[in-house]
Structure formats: C-alpha cells, structure tokens
Design a binder for this molecule. Structure first.
Ligand SMILES: Nc1ncnc2c1ncn2[C@@H]1O[C@H](COP(=O)(O)OP(=O)(O)OP(=O)(O)O)[C@@H](O)[C@H]1O
Ligand SMILES: [Mg+2]
Length: 252
C-alpha cells in the first residue's frame, strides 16, 4: 500500500448474468482527498460502491482500507472501521423524525439496540447519541429541521440529512452516491459548501457524480468509468480534455 492511500480498489470485476458491470477497475483515494467517480448511466459506479461497502460480492479483486481487506468485514462493521456512505436514492425512514433518522447512522456504534434508544427506552445511551446528532446538525446547518419528518422538508435538506446520518459516526472516509442529483442551483451551492467543510475536518471523500461541472468544482482527482471500465483518471482539467471521456459523454 502506497503511503497516503486510505482506500485502494484493486482490479475489481463484477458480472450480473451476461453484463460486466465492473471490469477490472483499480484506483486509490488518498488521505484528505476529494475523489470523484464519474461516468454515464450504467457505467458501474454504484455497483463499485456496493462492492466497496460489502453489499455486493466482487467476482475478483480486492479493496483495502487503511491496510485492511474490506472483504473480510460485514457491511455493518464498516462504520466501526471508519467508512460510511449515502445512497443514490434517498433512504430516509418516513415514520421517524430527522433527529431519529440521523441517529440510525450510529447503529453499530451503540451497544444497546438502536431502536430502543430511538424510542426512548434507554435513557442512558440516548443522551450521548442525540448530543452527537445535534452536533452534526449544527455543523451542516440543518438544526432547524431536527423534529420534522422527511415529508415536511425540502429535497435539498433531505440530502443533507442523509449526509448527516453518514457523518454522525465520525468516519474517516465518506462515500456519497450522486449527492447533487435532483438539486436546484441554490441547493447545489449549499451542498458544495458542505462538502468542503466536511473535507476541512480531515475526512476523505469519494463521490459519484453524473455532472462533470459539479465535480470539476469540487474534486482533487477524477476517475471516469464507461461500460464497467475505468477510461481515465487524473486532475479535473486533464480528464475534461481526454478524448475518451468526451466520447463517452457525447454518446449519451
Ligand atoms: N443488482 C443488479 N442486478 C442486475 N444488474 C445490475 C444490478 N445492479 C446494477 N446492474 C447493472 O450493472 C450495470 C451498472 O449499473 P450501476 O448501477 O452500477 O451504474 P451507475 O454507473 O451507477 O449508473 P447511474 O449513473 O445510472 O446510477 C448496469 O448495466 C446495470 O443494469
Ligand atoms: Mg448509480
């Protein structure tokens, strides 16, 4: 492992029937780096995230996080290792408040049953959990929404609530799957600022994004995938001018 790499993705391949969703992809995320994973629909970006976080099993290859082989851990153990993620489709529980939804992000750090903590059955633990939730809400400036339900808040805030749920466990590596999708201009601007503030706290970020303009504004390095393969990697300025990248995007 090269010094400075927090995550190393090595030669990952994944088939779904006849579809090669990920085809021999390798790249690393350095400590304190914002790395973007971009590519057209169906390129294999989410599949790769699902492999890194243990939701899918790779056909071959390995993923190393701080020297540890991630494939020997269960998905729920990743939070304790220092990795957390958001999902491409908003995954908030409608029956729970924002505060309770964010507390779910601590599920494998809480010794007692998190559901009992959320339901207030375990007063001892509840205090520490909700202090953390409130702290992360203040950090992302969404504290006004703590007692709202998901259907009472704007779409852009829902995205921040999901990020809060991923951040509450204090990860070293944060994986974001299309955080800007569906956001309007103001919400996108707010998200960009939040991403930078998260990065300033020393957290490494790997984010999937569709929109090239968004990633050139916020990432240090970009990996481009198309049809399962990595087709380019480098600085935003380099990748933007790569003919294979332009071709992959023009073809959309
Ligand atoms: N669970 C699954 N079962 C079967 N095929 C799948 C599954 N998940 C993904 N695929 C296929 O794998 C390929 C890659 O899909 P993936 O969702 O990883 O792409 P993506 O780059 O995230 O695209 P998008 O930008 O649309 O989110 C696609 O052909 C998709 O249909
Ligand atoms: Mg996807």
């Amino acid at each position: 492992m090269e010094k400075g790499d927090i995550l190393k993705i090595k030669n990952i391949t994944k088939h779904f029937g006849g579809v090669k969703a990920v085809d021999g992809v390798s790249f690393s995320v350095r400590e304190r780096q914002i790395k973007a994973l971009v590519g057209p629909n169906g390129a294999g970006k989410t599949t790769l995230f699902n492999i890194v976080t243990g939701l899918y099993k790779a056909d071959s290859g390995e993923v190393i996080f701080k020297g540890k082989n991630l494939f020997s851990y269960k998905p729920y153990e990743l939070i304790n290792l220092g990795i957390s993620r958001t999902f491409q489709n908003i995954q908030l529980v409608d029956a729970l408040t924002v505060k309770e939804n964010i507390a779910l992000g601590l599920h494998s750090k809480i010794k007692s049953n998190p559901v009992s903590v959320i339901l207030g059955l375990n007063k001892g633990h509840e205090k520490g959990v909700f202090e953390k939730v409130e702290r992360v809400c203040r950090f992302l400036k969404i504290e006004d929404y703590l007692y709202k339900y998901p259907n009472q808040i704007p779409f852009g805030i829902k995205r921040l609530v999901e990020i809060a749920r991923a951040l509450v466990s204090e990860p070293e590596l944060l994986l974001l799957d299309e955080p800007a999708a569906g956001l309007n201009e103001d919400e996108t601007e707010l998200l960009l600022k939040s991403i930078f503030r998260i990065w300033e706290r020393g957290i490494s970020i790997l984010l999937i994004e569709h929109d090239m303009e968004f990633v050139t504004n916020c990432s240090h390095s970009i990996v481009v995938m198309d049809s399962g393969k990595k087709i380019a990697e480098g600085l935003p300025s380099e990748v933007m001018n790569d003919y294979r990248v332009i071709k992959a995007y023009m073809g959309e």
